[in-house]
Design a protein around this ligand. Structure first.
Ligand code: IMP
Length: 197
C-alpha cells in the first residue's frame, strides 16, 4: 500500500521508512510525488492533536492516505517541557544546551524524562488510525554519542546508553517512535482487514 509520509525531517523520514517497510507499506514523500505540501500549523495541545493536523492536511492535499508523527521530549523537573514545543524550544543547535542549563541544579535522582510519539494516518474517506508510544529515561549531565538526532545525546535510556549511543536498530526497538509505529501497524492491519470484509 502506498502511503504519504508527511514530514520534512530527514531523520524521522528514515526512521519511519525503516519501520514501515517490513510491514509492506510503500512510504513516499511529497517530493517523490512531485508535490510540495503546505507546512501544517502545529496548534494542537497534545502530540496526538498535532499528528492528526499534519496527516489530515497531507491527505487532503495529496489524495493519498497520509501518515504523520508528532513527537517530543517531556521532562518531569520542567513540568513536561519542552513537550509539544520540542522542535521550537530554543534556536537550532541550542536546544540540548538549553535543557542541560535548565537542569544544572537538578540531581541525578530527579532527571526523569520521556519521549512520546503520536502517529496518525488519515484516509481520503476521513477515517483515521492512530497510535502512541513512549520511551522513559532520564536526562544525562552532558551530551554522549554521535548517532540519532535532536535530543538523542542527552536522553539516557534504561540501557544506560543515550539514544545517540545506540545503533539505529537498537533505538527502534525501545524508542517512542518504534513503539508507536508497531502499535500503529497492528491497528492499521486491523483497519484494512475490516475494510475488506
Ligand atoms: P515535531 O514532531 O516535528 O514537531 O518535532 C519533534 C521534535 O522533538 C524534534 O525536532 C526533536 O527535537 C524532538 N524529537 C522527537 N523525536 C526525537 C527523537 O527520537 N530523538 C531526539 N529528539 C526527538
Amino acid at each position: 500500500m502506498k502511503m504519504l509520509i508527511a514530514t520534512h525531517n530527514p531523520h524521522k523520514l528514515e526512521e519511519l521508512r525503516r519501520i514501515l517497510l517490513p510491514l509492506g507499506i510503500d512510504a513516499v514523500t511529497d517530493r517523490d510525488l512531485g508535490l510540495t505540501l503546505t507546512e501544517a500549523d502545529e496548534t494542537g495541545r497534545t502530540f496526538a492533536e498535532n499528528a492528526f493536523i499534519k496527516a489530515e492536511l497531507a491527505c487532503r492535499e495529496s489524495g493519498l492516505p497520509a501518515v504523520a508523527d508528532d513527537s517530543g521530549l517531556c521532562i518531569d523537573a520542567l513540568h513536561g517541557e519542552p513537550g509539544v514545543f520540542s522542535a521550537r524550544y530554543a534556536p537550532e543547535g541550542q536546544r540540548k544546551k538549553t535543557v542541560l542549563q535548565k537542569l544544572a541544579a537538578v540531581d541525578d535522582e530527579h532527571r526523569q524524562a520521556h519521549f512520546t510519539s503520536a502517529v496518525c494516518c488519515v484516509f481520503p474517506n476521513g477515517d483515521a488510525v492512530t497510535a502512541e508510544g513512549h520511551c522513559f529515561g532520564r536526562i544525562g549531565q552532558e551530551c554522549r554519542g554521535t548517532g540519532g538526532f535532536g535530543y538523542d545525546p542527552i536522553f539516557v535510556t534504561e540501557t544506560g546508553k543515550t539514544f545517540a549511543e545506540l545503533t539505529p536498530e537498537e533505538k527502534d526497538r525501545i524508542s517512542h517512535r518504534g513503539r508507536a509505529l508497531r502499535a500503529f501497524a497492528d491497528r492499521l492491519a486491523q483497519y484494512l482487514k475490516g475494510m475488506k470484509t
